[in-house]
Design a protein around this ligand. Sequence first.
Ligand code: SF4
Length: 446
Amino acid sequence: MVTLDGQTGFHTGCSLERIEAIVRAFEETGDVTAADPDAVVDHGPGQTTFPTPELSGLRTGVREILDGCGWRRPTDPADHEAVGGFVDPDPDAVIDLGGTLDGRGWRDLCHDAPLADTWESVRSAAGDPVVVVNAHGNAADTLLLESAPFEALDGAVALADAVGAERVIVYASADDERAVQTVRDAAANYPDSPITVDVETGPAEYRAAEPSMAIESLEGNHRLEARIRPPDLDAVGLHGRPTLVHTPRTLAHLSVALREGEPAGTRVMTVTGDVADPVTVEVPASETLETVVDAAEMTGAFKAASVGGRFGGVTDDLTVGVKPDALAANDLGSEGVVRVLADDRCLVEFVGQRAQFAADENCGRCVPCREGTTQLAGLLRDVYDGGYDPEAIEELIDVMTTSSICAFGVQAGRPTRTALSAFESEFEAHADGRCPAGSCLEPLEA
Ligand code: SF4
């Protein structure tokens, strides 16, 4: 973006050379349109909200939680203050708002559940509570830390004050270097507060984002295993203290609700996979997956979407609503990540890779997940040898889903279960030695 005096030019797909050319043209002319931007928006000077252009990936949806992203200077308190940030709310008002907000993402202690009861129990528990901001491994959470870290910090500090915690810890993957540095800078610039904000990193492994493994990581344990619950982390968490673990999305929703007086009621979702560029959009909860998927430019014809992150459900039906209950009713996940697959993708190959990932990455603590994921990957390999046994696959996934200790094992069979339901003919074709997509086996007919 190039902005001057109430006018902003947007340039897409910028290489470093292109950025240099844009800056040169602007310096020579003082004109934001000099380097032929893809879109220009006229707005008043001093604009505090993002001036949305008619461009793919940006024109979709609304901007409540994401409003600061790409517009306010991420680590400058003045920009956040200009939109009413750094609220100092009454603790009871925070807890009350928790009754109208749900936790966002499986990395959140209150995934898809109202927050107030957990907050009340932490507030009344014995011991010094602590608030952990779990930013590990979700694209929208990383985006918030990179682009609007004060939204997450504001929510976390208000929550800490409400439950009597003196410390907030932001936890992120060590690989997300820019997010870690940005939130560190923002924490250093945060206005004076009795609450300390620290930023800690953990290993990049997928499982390190699971709330109890995040706590293990923060305690310095190198061998990450999920904790058996109960007791849950809100009772016995970091170093035995009552601990709240929430994602930046959850806390940004709290921050915006405190400012606006009511929840935004939106869903923040990232589209990735067979797209020209991944996009993160915010849509009203009344929208469908189709609106979300249309925000990104696919690189091929749409075939399927894996909805709900790494272990999301596979579907070809985009008329499903984005609300968690609508997604759950269709065996899809509410993690806020939609991976789209173009028509040259093979679903058997795709879910086989997901099963193998689960077999490689689980923590090994419980048998249903440790052995189940390995057996599932084996059963999916057998499909290629004509050993397609849908009943054995479904039975195994059933055991994994009902008996695993943590969300990793509970969700690990979902890609296969949903693909079997929506794309069964692909499994049957593979058992006959044929890949309809032509991607993992040569089709019998040229
Ligand atoms: S479900 Fe998987 S990741 Fe979770 S405790 Fe069991 S083995 Fe570990």
